[in-house]
Design a protein around this ligand. Structure first.
Ligand code: AP5
Ligand code: MG
Length: 210
């Protein structure tokens, strides 16, 4: 049975009124979503919200909502849609109040329904950046990061489960946005700077219109 989740009413009016551009950032575990978002923030000044970071912050806060999350994340499965979407909405509203000029939503959507719900409740994404990396590269990067990250899900068993979740639930997200003409598929096997060059070439096409 799906766990019941605590929800509160969130007033999205300020977020909708701001109507700033929103970019979804997707890719397998360890594909470089966070790494590239840091560089995008430095160049374009957009607000970076990682759904995984928001969930880990919620766990650290000791809230009742956070208590339900650790086990799910350690199993490499997806947290219920409503929990993630509420956390994202709350963080977006705080950023809008501070004058955000746009968002990178990293690690979201992870299933087609997440994207559809976000776009029907908030706003359509301008583009979806997909970092395309082979599984063996992902495993190598995550095992490298495991030496220092302290993340409960950076161990080989959970990494395998995260990869499985990516293939079964998130790969259809890529097809969905490709069919809508919104997907930017980026080969993300190369160096961080080479990948960023491709990111910039694609963002420059749309950010000049912001
Ligand atoms: P999340 O925190 O999003 O984890 P993830 O998707 O598994 O991705 P990572 O953050 O591990 O990797 P990344 O792509 O950001 O790569 P990074 O830049 O760090 O989610 C964790 C969990 O939360 C999920 O499993 C799920 O349970 C839950 N969750 C999150 N979002 C959810 C949602 N929307 N719905 C439901 N549940 C959700 O790079 C990785 C390493 O590689 C680093 O060491 C980096 O230095 C290195 N690296 C990066 N780029 C390169 C490069 N080009 N060359 C060499 N090394 C590189
Ligand atoms: Mg990340």
């Amino acid at each position: 049975m799906a766990p019941t989740v605590e929800r509160k009413k969130i007033d999205l009016a300020p977020l909708k009124a701001a109507n700033v551009p929103i970019f979804f950032i997707v890719g397998g575990p360890g594909s470089g979503k966070g790494t590239q978002c840091d560089k995008i923030v430095a160049k374009y000044g957009l607000t970076h919200l990682s759904s995984g970071d928001l969930l880990r912050d919620e766990v650290k806060s000791g809230s009742p909502r956070g208590a339900q999350l650790t086990a799910i994340m350690e199993s490499g499965a997806l947290v219920p849609l409503e929990v993630v979407l509420d956390l994202v909405k709350e963080a977006m509203l705080i950023a809008i109040e501070k004058g955000s000029k746009g968002f990178l939503i990293d690690g979201y959507p992870r299933e087609v329904a997440q994207g559809q719900q976000f776009e029907s409740e908030i706003q359509e994404a301008k583009l979806v950046l997909f970092f395309d990396v082979a599984e063996e590269t992902l495993v190598k990067r995550l095992l490298g990061r495991a030496e220092t990250s302290g993340r409960a899900d950076d161990n080989i068993d959970t990494i395998k489960k995260r990869l499985h979740t990516f293939v079964t639930s998130t790969a259809p997200v890529v097809d969905y946005y490709e069919s809508k003409g919104k997907l930017v598929r980026i080969n993300a096997e190369g160096s961080v700077d080479d990948i960023f060059g491709v990111v910039v070439a694609n963002l420059d096409k749309v950010t000049s219109k912001i």
